[in-house]
Design a binder for this molecule. Structure first.
Ligand SMILES: [Zn+2]
Length: 544
């Protein structure tokens, strides 16, 4: 943790001058100040209240609530004078695939037949009602990582075609924070389960099974069993996701220990070897897995609106926020609507409010400013993933992405929390904008949770576009705010993804306002400059 902060300081000071960040490049300081101050608590509050009202039905993709949401967003962008971002349209269609695995799935490894949701869980992203692997060789591939920048490849010299790979969760830095491996406790993308399945797919494995461990996963087995047993979403692809590994599964820790023991190996010892360096080992057993699924296809929409630049309109700064949330559950007693006021009516409200501020300028910024309000974030960042894989604005003309998700309704803060701190030069712009507010940048409070990989900016990062996700930090501005925060935080934390995440009149929007002004200034400065902010050398992302 400390290492990251030390590394970030020279980066910030060294690039401050190079990036030309200064007040001089604002066409008119008065013009900027007027636009900056047009961002108010009242506007942010009003949009949040509307978007999270029952009329929007929890904004589930493909529901009636989606249409109400799209109408609201398009009407606002039109009224502000924004141009459609996709030809004549403000919409980009996103084709979703929903796969629900049935409980009759079977997984046998060696002599062990593991029980559904107790010892194992599995699903598939392939568009097939049944997928199976039979008598497939089982190989332990350590962390399942192929990371050239860390000189680490667990698959080196190994052919896993048709085989079943067993993979540890997180990355080699987590349990060895002082070893200098990866980023210590801070999770890199190589630690995310999404990565493990993607890499196993690239390697041509038939099945990929992650071993659950509570500390490095940061959640217990029950979370795995519950979240993997319902419908799983992905994007519809031309090849029916045939390039994905057929079986994506998890083994409980006890189940995994049995598999290792039957191979005459000790799980803890093998894990210790995998922590030392790139590692793989045959588990000398065969796996057979069958998963039956039902499938459903549906179409949802991203919203995209642009303010053309006054000098280089083909270059864009893209703000993103997800409009979707969890919809409603008619089988529930009492309140059935997941209003998603905090997650993410606040981020969508922020996008609309920043968009309005740009229109308050007498002269539009030199570069274009585009707002991308995406769908299906809650199903796995699918709207932004689709956009990044089918970009409307070429990625090599996309200077930066600034993301807004679940804004800070806990009052003003002395600090700005940067999720994934140290990753890019965008932090130089952020630090400068924060200093106007007498705020400093801090690292997110739980970097081991891998939050940088869990909202829509990540879809841009994966494609090499520098992406920033930052919002109010942990230190309240004063005692009164601290007291308010203590009360309000109980609700925010307890209502995460619950029906009680609903708008409250007593929410303090001054923190959202300050963060909105901050992100407005960051986007403005980038749009006024001719610079191309870069990823830092230690980041796992680089421009393609
Ligand atoms: Zn969210």
């Amino acid at each position: 943790m400390k290492k990251i902060q030390l590394a970030a300081i020279p980066l910030l000071s060294a690039t401050l001058f190079a990036c030309g960040v200064s007040n001089d490049n604002k066409s008119s300081e008065n013009d900027f100040t007027h636009a900056y101050q047009s961002i108010t608590d009242a506007t942010l509050k009003a949009h949040t209240k509307t978007l999270s009202s029952d009329e929007f039905e929890g904004r589930s993709p493909t529901s009636k609530g989606e249409q109400v949401t799209l109408d609201y967003l398009i009407r606002n962008f039109k009224e502000m004078g924004y141009q459609p971002g996709n030809g004549n349209s403000y919409l980009q269609a996103v084709n979703l695939l929903e796969m629900t695995a049935s409980a009759d799935m079977a997984m046998t490894i060696g002599d062990n037949r593991f029980e559904y949701k107790k010892g194992m869980i599995a699903s598939t992203k392939r568009e097939q009602s049944q997928v199976s692997v039979t008598d497939s060789d089982v190989v332990f591939v350590g962390f399942g990582v192929n990371a050239p920048e860390y000189d680490w490849n667990d698959y080196a010299g190994l052919d896993v075609k048709g085989k079943t790979v067993v993979i540890l969760v997180n990355d080699p830095g987590f349990e060895n924070p002082d070893s200098g491996k990866f980023q210590g406790k801070t999770m890199t993308y190589y630690g995310r389960w999404t990565y493990k399945y993607e890499e196993a797919s690239r390697q041509g494995a038939a099945a990929a099974i992650i071993v659950h461990e509570t500390a490095p996963a940061s959640y217990g087995w029950s979370v795995v069993a519950n979240s993997w047993s319902g419908p799983q979403y992905s994007l519809v692809s031309d090849n029916g996701n045939a390039d994905r590994v057929a079986i994506e599964g998890w083994l409980s820790n006890d189940a995994a220990k049995k598999v290792f023991a039957d191979a005459g190996l000790d799980f803890a010892q093998e894990k210790a070897k995998a922590l030392q360096g790139p590692y793989h080992k045959s588990l000398k057993q065969k796996a057979s897995v069958t998963v039956n699924s039902t499938m459903k296809k549906s179409v949802s929409q991203n919203v995209i609106a642009t303010l053309p630049g006054s000098e280089t309109p083909d270059e864009h700064v893209i703000y993103s926020a997800h409009w979707d949330h969890l919809g409603k559950d008619e089988s529930k007693d009492g309140d059935q609507i997941y209003n998603g006021a905090h997650d993410n009516a606040t981020g969508t409200a922020t996008a609309l409010t920043i968009a309005k501020a740009f229109k308050e300028l007498n002269v539009a910024p030199k570069r274009s400013v585009t707002f991308l309000i995406v769908t299906a974030e809650e199903q796995g960042l699918l709207g932004s993933l689709y956009y990044a894989e089918h970009p409307i604005i070429p990625l090599d003309k996309t200077i930066a992405n600034l993301n807004m998700d679940a804004m800070n309704v806990l009052g003003r803060t002395k600090d700005v929390s940067v999720v994934g701190m140290g990753k890019s030069e965008l932090e130089t712009y952020l630090a400068k904008a924060a200093s106007r507010q007498n705020r400093t940048l801090t690292q997110e409070s739980r970097p081991e949770a891998g939050s940088y990989y869990r909202s829509d900016h990540f879809s841009f990062a994966k494609q090499g576009v520098p992406a920033l996700y930052a919002k109010g930090g942990d230190t309240p501005i004063d005692e009164q705010t601290a007291a308010y925060k203590k009360r309000a935080k109980v609700v925010i934390t307890g209502c995460y993804h619950q029906v009680c995440d609903q708008f409250r009149e007593n929410w303090d929007f001054s923190g959202v306002r300050e963060d909105s002004q901050l992100l407005f200034e960051v986007g403005y400065d980038i749009a006024q400059s001719t610079d191309w902010p870069k990823w830092s050398a230690s980041s796992e992302f680089q421009r393609h």
